[in-house]
Design a protein around this ligand. Structure first.
Ligand code: AMP
Ligand code: MN
Ligand code: MN
Ligand code: MN
Length: 277
């Protein structure tokens, strides 16, 4: 069995390791095929690919795009993208610009909740990143002693209904699929069970994604329980989607799963990577 990991992050977005270090760690962990999928950016792919080639690791160019669907943020991973495709670059630049203004609103909200200096603090943690995200705010809040770890900062400050959460419009599902398909990529629903939507809404989303040419969903996912994985497998079979394998690694000590430490793929599914390598 090959070890396939098609979802992880570097310091280009909210990961803790630079792209080359992510690739080295993947090799150390026995990964056979890796995709780097930073949030809303492709800036780490050159370094990652060069390192992968040096070390003989099969590598796919990827990105994880932020999408607004109804009132929910959903993440769509694009794989085997052409990283310098002009429309993709423009779309990602617009997503990042939206992040900048969202970051200002998050900082204002935190200030009102009695936590000053959050924009500067988050930007300090994002110093190698071309995006600023909630994970950077979370690291600042941990540093300030507001909560003991990143996970509890999210639970108490950075999710809907909590003081540091602000609504944000990303791009539509259609726009994300056009960017990914326009750049020659395939689209994959990231960590399907992690969204704050009902199961019936999730099914509606998956149906829409499939109808618009989406290819796959993550099934063997580091962030999923065994029960979630069984559920995703059933959904993938039902909707005729292929299956992906993903750690969603962000850094040592800050992730559900380390690189390549992905659960076993259930039987009866078509792996998305067969058509990509
Ligand atoms: P953003 O795209 O800026 O809204 O941030 C989303 C990122 O925040 C995810 O990719 C994770 O890295 C992190 N994140 C979201 N929810 C949690 C959580 N409950 N615990 C830890 N990290 C989280
Ligand atoms: Mn992240
Ligand atoms: Mn995600
Ligand atoms: Mn991710």
């Amino acid at each position: 069995m090959k070890v396939v990991d098609l979802h992880c992050h570097s310091t280009i977005s909210d990961g803790l390791l630079p792209p080359a270090e992510v690739v080295r760690r993947a090799v150390t962990n026995g990964v056979d095929l890796l995709a780097l999928t930073d949030h809303d950016d492709v800036a780490g792919l050159g370094e990652a690919r060069a390192t992968a080639e040096e070390l003989g690791l099969a590598f796919l160019d990827g990105a994880e795009l932020s999408v607004s669907w109804r009132d929910t943020t959903i993440h769509i991973v694009g794989l085997r993208l052409t990283p310098d495709h002009p429309a993709l670059l423009a779309g990602l630049a617009a997503l990042r610009a939206g992040r900048d203004s969202r970051a200002e609103r998050i900082a204002t909200a935190l200030e009102k909740a009695g936590i000053p200096g959050a924009l500067e603090g988050a930007l300090r943690h994002a110093k190698n990143a071309t995006i600023v995200g909630r994970a950077h705010f979370a690291r600042y809040l941990v540093e300030q002693g507001v909560a003991s770890d990143v996970k509890s900062v999210f639970d108490h400050y950075l999710v809907a209904g909590k003081p540091g959460y602000v609504p944000h419009h990303w791009i539509t599902l259609n726009e994300a699929l056009n960017l990914i398909h326009g750049a020659g990529g395939v689209a994959v629903i990231a960590h399907p069970i992690r969204y704050r939507i009902s199961r019936s809404a999730l099914r509606e989303f998956i149906a829409e994604f499939k109808e618009r040419g989406g290819a796959a969903m993550e099934v063997a996912c580091g962030a999923h329980t065994p029960e979630h994985i069984r559920e995703c497998a059933a959904l993938a079979r039902h909707f005729g989607l292929k299956a992906s394998s993903a750690s969603d690694f962000h850094g040592p000590g800050e992730s559900y799963a380390d690189l390549g430490r992905v659960p076993t793929m259930p039987d009866g599914l078509v792996p998305i990577w067969k058509e990509l390598v």
